[in-house]
Design a protein around this ligand. Sequence first.
Ligand code: DLZ
Length: 162
Amino acid sequence: MSSAIHNLSHVHDGEIPSAKEMHFGIVVSEWNTEITSKLLTGAYNTLLKHEAKEKNIIVKWVPGSFELPLGAQLIAENYKVDAVICLGCVIQGETRHFDFICSAVSTGIMQLNLAYELPFIFGLLTPDSMQQAQDRTEGKYGNKGNEAAAAAIKMVAMQQSL
Ligand code: DLZ
């Protein structure tokens, strides 16, 4: 995860393999769209930068982050994909809603990885404030969407190397 001392968005670029022959799904949450649309742009452009073809990238929107695991599963079951990138943003509020959503999404995505033996990438921002979310999508600490796409490419390459 990006932080003041560890901005992952621009490092290790040289180590990212070509995604020319890879197929990706991206599932994005509509909640906090001003943030998730930037995550999507970052992820999409990173895939293209590493030679993925537009026709091999399928993007689907879901109502909120809670729906990300099912959205990702539906993509995996209905499209030829090598990895699914899950993008959302849950901002800490006054109630425990935040904890329930974050816990459900992280557990759900982890379970998908193991159940399908396919990379399902955890691109969920869990900031305390909108400012923290913007810092992680507008450059100050990079763009978490870029990192999620890089992780997807690396995991597909790792799986294909086995
Ligand atoms: C209900 C809700 C709330 C309060 N906050 C967020 C949020 O910050 N980020 C997000 O992605 N989704 C939020 N949601 C919506 C839930 O994820 C979910 O879509 C609804 O509870 C319906 O299942």
